[in-house]
Design a protein around this ligand. Structure first.
Ligand code: BLA
Length: 245
């Protein structure tokens, strides 16, 4: 379901000078124990970013996923870019979340970074539902203008591909603007907030059970700690040793 969007994402990363990096041993690809699913991941070194990861899960009619997070360099306080697209083929159910994930919830920060996303939200009303979140806290690391849809085939084939392109363009525009103006949040604080994002996400991510059921608990624990949210380990160990971040 999401192959063309994956191509768009990878093409757009390459166009901006992204270079592919090695994914930790054993985590780049895994076939499920029953052979009914495969998960592939990519890591990119992109100018202006300290980390950009992409994951694609293909479990046929049961589930398709495209997930990606971009972490800007610590010298830039712009939001992270978060993409989580899920397609449950048997039930024709789409869950699509696209957001500029804010480091802080404050009006001046929103005014600086969210004009683009605000206007996107008005362009794609069918992806702008105010549906309640079950696992996450909408007021932590999510913006008021996230594109969020629990829908079906119509949205998946209709507005999602258009919104996906526009969303990426909008994020690159923000990146260009942000890299030319001084960051208002200090380097150390951006670092702390980005690491806390990984802690928050690893604790709340509803995907852990799903990964375990396909790929086993051991592989899934490693995937979460070493690939999806490596900052959660750093944050825990540095705070327990009482180090300055
Ligand atoms: C929801 N994401 C979900 C769900 C699953 C995943 C299984 C629950 C589906 C449902 O509510 O019906 C799956 N999450 C994944 C997978 C990965 C993952 C497979 O991290 C990793 C490969 N989630 C993100 C990012 C965002 C995000 C970057 O990983 C931000 C754009 C958002 N996912 C997000 C939200 C929900 C969700 C807001 C709804 C959760 C809720 O209701 O609280």
């Amino acid at each position: 379901m999401f192959d063309s969007l994956l191509d768009v994402l990878h093409g757009s990363i390459r166009d901006r000078g992204g270079k592919s990096l090695a994914v930790p041993e054993g985590l780049a690809e895994c076939v499920s124990q029953k052979g009914d699913g495969v998960i592939k991941s990519w890591l990119w070194n992109v100018p202006g970013f300290r980390r950009w990861r992409v994951t694609r899960l293909d479990a046929g009619e049961s589930l398709q996923v495209l997930n990606s997070v971009a972490y800007p360099q610590y010298s830039n306080d712009q939001p992270l870019m978060g993409i989580d697209l899920l397609w449950f083929g048997k039930r024709c159910k789409l869950v699509a979340v696209l957001d500029f994930q804010p480091l802080v919830q404050d009006e001046a920060y929103f005014a600086r970074h969210f004009q683009g996303l605000q206007s996107l939200r008005t362009q794609f009303p069918d992806l702008s539902s105010d549906g309640a979140m079950r696992s996450f806290d909408p007021n932590q690391y999510f913006s008021p203008w996230l594109l969020f849809c629990r829908g079906g085939l119509e949205e998946a084939k209709g507005s999602l591909p258009l919104a996906f392109n526009a969303f990426l363009e909008c994020y690159w525009e923000l990146q260009e603007k942000s890299s030319q103006r001084p960051s208002r949040i200090a380097y150390d604080q951006v670092k702390k907030l980005q690491l806390e994002y990984d802690v928050y996400s690893s604790e709340r991510d509803p995907a852990h059970g799903l990964f375990s059921s396909y790929f086993g608990k051991q592989w899934s624990d490693r995937f979460l700690n070493e690939f999806l949210f490596p900052g959660s380990n750093l944050e825990r160990s540095s705070s327990s040793m009482n180090l300055e971040l």
